[in-house]
Design a protein around this ligand. Sequence first.
Ligand code: SAM
Length: 693
Amino acid sequence: MTSDTVASPMAQDGATRSLGLLVAPSGRASHHELWAMATSVGLSLDGPARWLTETVRVTSKRLALTWFNQDKALLPLPAGGYEWVERNDPRITEVRLLRETGRVGEVTGTSADNLLIVGDSYQALHALNSIPEYAQNYRGKVKLVYIDPPFNTEQTFGEFYDDNFDHSVWLTIFRDRVKQLSDLMSDDGVIWVHLDDAEVHRARMVLDAEFGIDNHLGTVVWQKADGPRNDLPNFSPDHDTLLVYGKTSEAKLIRSARDESLNSIYKSVDGDPRPWYDDNPTAPSAHRNQTWVYAIQSPITGDLMYPANGRCWGTKQETVLAALSEYAPYKQVVIDDDERRAEVCGVPVAELRKGIPALLLDVPLEEARELTDKRKAAGMWPEYIIRPKGSIGRKRIQPDKGSNARTMWFNSEVGHNREAKAEIKALFPGVNPFSTPKPERLLRKIIEVSTRPGEIVVDCFAGSGTTAAVAHKLGRRWITVETVKNTVDNFTAPRLAKVVDGSDMGGVTQPKERVADISLPDGVTVSMLDEARKVLDKLVKAKVLQADPDTLASLIKQMKTKPTKERLWHGGGGFRTLRVEEPRTVVAGNRAFLVEGAPNLGRWVAAQLGYTLTFDRRGVVGLKNRDVLVVVDGMVDEAQIAHAVSLLNDDETLTLAGVAVHPDATSLLANMLVGSRVIKVPNGLFKQSKVIR
Ligand SMILES: C[S@@+](CC[C@H](N)C(=O)[O-])C[C@H]1O[C@@H](n2cnc3c(N)ncnc32)[C@H](O)[C@@H]1O
């Protein structure tokens, strides 16, 4: 993109779309510059695109994603939908209380329990970050965030939720929740954002801005489909995309345990404590590594050995020489073998790098043989080994770190959309299943590469509750949030209750791994056996094998495999359900008012100001360091001040909040106690400068 063009999203969508990627030559674009940019792609600033003049901010040579009302916030409305408001609107900056509505299984009754929160995700996350009782357990402590927000796919998923937002609405909702999630994440925490093509490119820019380009750990492609769709005009989409970011550079994914089926190839015939297997001692690209192409004399046969054509020895000559010298004395001798070396290197003799010495025995062959046998008997062989017939091998030590997660995740390993639906149907037979669940195997893999048992997992777009269900089964702690109460009542809560009481037998409870009836020799895995049985079965049916039919039938029977009976999960633990409380403020003009008759005023004021509620000899007060919060559901006057001051310990200060404040109260308290203050509720809580992050 050049410095004065408008990028493709806007160019394609023309004036009807309300966002774009813009790069301007310098600073904030003037109207003239914007006009030039817009007309170059056929936009008129007199029409619906006039908003450009107000909302596009362009920085010198910086690529930035901008969108309509980017500087505003979206207030979730009780009846569904959102309203644009300023980022300092009290209805947005207000910290909502979380009220307990139920307990399932074993819980402690504290904020440290697993939590299913019913309400809007922004408000729930804001509460978790702001109310000290929750913040102390969760702010900066969450190891994994997985979110599967509505994709903005311009469809409506039946009665469950509305997925048809304007892009600007979607981006604002997404950005504000990502910021709250980021505050919850630990420095080594990881966030997985599950999307399809509709918003993934824009979401990535939002995530780049929040976490930094360098903390993008990778992008996983999940094969969600298990067959083609021919009802669509063009492509049949096979995959979703998961964007993975670390909170800081401390975030690292966990390598998976080694594939156990490969372990059997590692042995230790020389007593080496690190098991190894005998690998090919050569490497490719001989023509580029000609100094690694030369003859080695075998200490057993005396023959000269070269790498196969096109290959070279696996390391530099000094390393090979040092290893071979452990078996018998060797010397470096330049021999007349240019033609042979040129053949191995795949180059004409004229282009061969000449003068590379061969490694020849420095003792008679008989003596070399004896020395080699002795060295081998002593054990702990060097990197290059001498095989019984005299050829060379190389020790490949078993890696102890397991393997990195790969970026293509196939449905054979982690399930597909249909499997996820089947899991929900099995849990709730006869009910129209939740529309967009994800398979438990997918969440298992995400959780296992991102967390260890006991760590905290958050999903603030719960849907049917897959993330929490799998986190629970894997022994992780979890918080999940869902805004649609019907979804919670019909799917999320009963599903998680079934996980707790052990009646959920589906998903990862019973892993899909298969086991064999016979005990398998080293190097043979269950899937190999399965394949072999299928092939044998086909050959028998095709009557191409010359063997006794009973023997063949018996072989096929013995080779059968069956699903493992081992269970990953047997039930246990518990969770609390919380509800995001209704707002306490109404706004008229630029003033906020308290909703009449709302209970728990003290608790609510403490949450707004970040005071921890404490029970002591004074009853319930708020505490922040050495400042004591006292809340009066009435007028703060001389008598109230005197009473509150009498409650203080020596080194404490006072914050006295009331719904009305006597005109003299502020100066009276300031004179009595330096560092103390009076706050009028609610306007004193919502300063113009208080803006959501
Ligand atoms: C794609 S679904 C998640 C499916 C989930 N991963 C599962 O396996 O069932 C998205 C969910 O986010 C919920 N949602 C949408 N907006 C929300 C908001 N602002 N706060 C909380 N949940 C929201 C929707 O009601 C829907 O259930």
